[in-house]
Ligand binder design. Sequence first.
Ligand code: NAD
Length: 337
Amino acid sequence: MKSVVINGYGTIGKRVADAVNIQNDMKVIGVSKTKPDFEAKMAVKKGYDLYIAIPEREQLFKDAGIEIAGTVDDMIKEADVVVDCTPGNVGPANLEKYKKEGVKAIYQGGEKHDLTGLSFNSFSNYDDSFGREYTRVVSCNTTGLTRTLKPIDDLCGIKKIRAVMVRRGGDPNQVNKGPINAIVPNPPTVPSHHGPDLKTVLYGSDITTVALIVPTTLMHQHSLMVEIERSVEKEEIIETLEKRSRVLVLDAKDGLGSTAEFMEYAKELGRSRNDLFEIPVWRESINVVDGELFYMQAVHQESDVVPENVDAIRSLLELEGDNEKSIAKTNKAMGIL
Ligand code: NAD
């Protein structure tokens, strides 16, 4: 049983902690917080040992009646791997700590690829992180793109990808994010950073992306235009995506014509926190026109990267040599479709 710690118990960190704890080959031995807020209280209630990222704040935690087990420096000493879920750009300072302690680490998409020189997706490049010291699970958007593009590439080859990314303004709990009433090209320059990020896990892909931010908190939405090597019928694409785990082909006509309805679907699945780990693709949007494939999908930004973090742990710690076996194990434990 390998020991995992979560540095940064926020939106992604708390989900990764719960997903790790239901696997049979790894367990969470500590999580960290900077503030004595409700998430810190809930973490302790759930039975996680809580460590503090800022030692000077120890008294604040005591005043709030929150029991702490030590500092982040203490926490990483006991770990086989740290899953670093701190906000983007905190990673470089933490890397020094991990190096000093000789502990392996997994970063998230808010950090730059250059920090680790290696990025991760369970389906496209699991082997490259096998036994390595550090890797980075790509962002929610890049994970969503990889999930559907990889099986399509395997089926018929991909020449060129164009994608329009409609991004949520903030996560549901981010009261200070926006816009409230605007559509914001973000970045306003073309291409956006999403295309280059895909190339860090789906090597050699020719992709250009443009991105916009809109007033919603629920999900991102992608419209993809893909020039394919070998002409295929749209039915083959549907069949391929239906077979692929962590991808769902769903019907707008079933009352699933929007991201809001996808989130309602996740609630009906009885998922904790209403999470939708899978990438839903609208069946009606899939079409091949003049040898070019079109489809539209959505991404639940708070949760799609969670199963990839579990697989990344297995890869780094050499717990499972076969990516498909790791994916199957993770899926089974988490009830992923
Ligand atoms: P978050 O703000 O919800 O959580 C971050 C947590 O880290 C907070 O609890 C914060 O208190 C804590 N923290 C801050 N500084 C710290 C430090 N120095 N040491 C330890 N803990 C510290 O952020 P998030 O949304 O969970 O994002 C975490 C990472 O995941 C980022 O790289 C982000 O880009 C990436 N990511 C986020 C999303 C998303 O939509 N939320 C999706 C995919 C990937």
